[in-house]
Design a protein around this ligand. Structure first.
Ligand code: AMP
Length: 397
């Protein structure tokens, strides 16, 4: 398999699939350029290697062909600033005019193709469309982990036109390496902390994790479904009555597979879903009507901390309380602190999934964890044990 570090880009037109789906404000200014900055090392590597980067991405959700609102033209100026070189914009992502611009590129010159989703063939994974995209380049670099779970033309189908000239960019390479450190060859014990609101959205992940982890901490709103399944009183806490059996089944599976399952024994309960509500610490299964559990209690925090600090590998997905409100953020802060401590002692830690990333950033733990995955849907599908088309296509699987 080719790698971005060893591939010879000299004189090559390198088609790079990136994820430049950045948010814009009403004046079409970029409000968060994280995804663009993340792609810079890969683009620069190609420039330094004497190649010509040709950037392709989707951007927003255009419905029927080109829409100025979703034109890549809004991004070109900023990309040029990030790279320190002039960046050209093609009128389309396929077609004669675009191909002529790609062919005319000199080493070090950068071209951005117009939004891939202006063509229906992108999301359909149309082979003919992929072929036309491929005509613009001599090699294909996939650096868009965020769309790796989609078998779109530019993220997977295009691979067939570059049997010997396809590779991951740095971003996707480090995502895949980090995820493999957790899911394929972890230092034991491996602990996963699953939080968030509902168990229903995480069942497949939990089931897949039960085959891999030594310890599973189930926190956040989802634990109340388990507590209720055992006849506990959960008051007005979030609870999914349709999943009581599922919860019991997960517990049974954990037992069969020898996984230590940890859930909070106490909670910080409130009489309203508000930071100004009255609060008290209660046993997790004795929450009266009108009260709801919104964070892990002190006893739970103590036990979670101990498990995390003794782990060799840690995966964190989902806050263990309503961390957006100060009064219910202690549990998630404690999880973050314990992960940072374990990482200092040599554990490998990976945080992923929208809300846990927000949590880690909000509380300043970002520098203390080994890897933060920003991949969203692709990460969740990977954790569910699914094959990601964008990864498999590069690996030739
Ligand atoms: P998810 O998107 O499923 O990871 O859920 C994240 C959300 O779960 C966050 O917005 C948290 O505020 C919320 N959450 C965590 N714990 C609780 C809880 N005990 N009750 C209600 N919501 C919670």
């Amino acid at each position: 398999m080719q790698t971005i570090s060893s591939y010879d880009f000299k004189g090559k037109r390198a088609l790079i699939r990136v994820d430049f789906n950045v948010p814009l404000n009403e004046n079409f200014e970029i409000t968060d350029d994280t995804r663009m900055r993340a792609a810079v090392p890969t683009i620069k590597k190609i420039i330094e290697g004497g190649g010509s980067p040709i950037i392709m991405s989707h951007f927003g959700r255009p419905k029927n062909g080109p829409e100025d609102k979703y034109s890549m033209r809004h991004l070109v100026g900023h990309l040029s600033e990030l790279l320190g070189v002039e960046v050209k914009l093609a009128p389309d992502c396929i077609g004669a005019e675009t191909k002529a611009m790609a062919d005319a590129l000199q080493p070090g010159e950068v071209l951005v193709l117009e939004n891939l989703r202006f063509h229906k063939g992108e999301e359909k994974g149309d082979v003919e469309f992929a072929k036309q995209l491929a005509d613009n380049g001599d090699c294909w670099v996939n650096d868009a982990f965020g769309t790796a779970h989609r078998a779109h033309a530019s993220t997977a189908v295009i691979a067939q036109f570059f049997p010997n000239d396809k590779m991951f960019g740095y971003l996707i390479e480090s995502e895949v390496e980090s995820l493999d450190k957790v899911m394929k060859n972890p230092q034991r014990p491996l602990t996963a902390i699953m939080g968030g609101a509902k168990v229903s959205s995480k069942i497949t992940i939990i089931e897949n994790l039960l085959d891999k982890v030594d310890n599973l901490i189930l926190g956040g709103g989802m634990k109340f479904t388990f507590i209720k399944a055992h006849g506990g009183k959960v008051g007005s806490s979030i609870c999914e009555d349709d999943f009581l059996e599922t919860a019991l089944n997960i517990e049974k599976l954990a037992k069969e597979k020898g996984v230590n399952l940890y859930m909070a024994t106490d909670v910080v309960a409130a009489d309203a879903f508000s930071n100004d509500a009255n609060i008290k610490v209660l046993p997790v299964n004795e929450i009266p009507d009108g009260w709801m559990g919104l964070d892990s209690g002190p006893e739970a925090i103590k036990s979670f901390t101990k498990v995390i600090e003794n782990s060799g590998t840690i995966l964190w997905n989902g806050p263990v309380g309503v961390f957006e409100m100060e009064n219910f953020s202690a549990g998630s802060k404690a999880i973050g602190t314990a992960i940072v401590e374990a990482t200092k002692k040599g554990a490998f830690s990976l945080v992923g999934g929208g809300d846990s990333v927000a949590c880690v950033n909000q509380f300043g733990f970002a520098d203390g964890v080994s890897y933060i995955s920003t991949a969203g849907g692709a990460l969740l599908e990977y954790l569910e044990g699914k094959t990601l088309p964008g990864v498999a296509a590069v690996r030739g699987e």
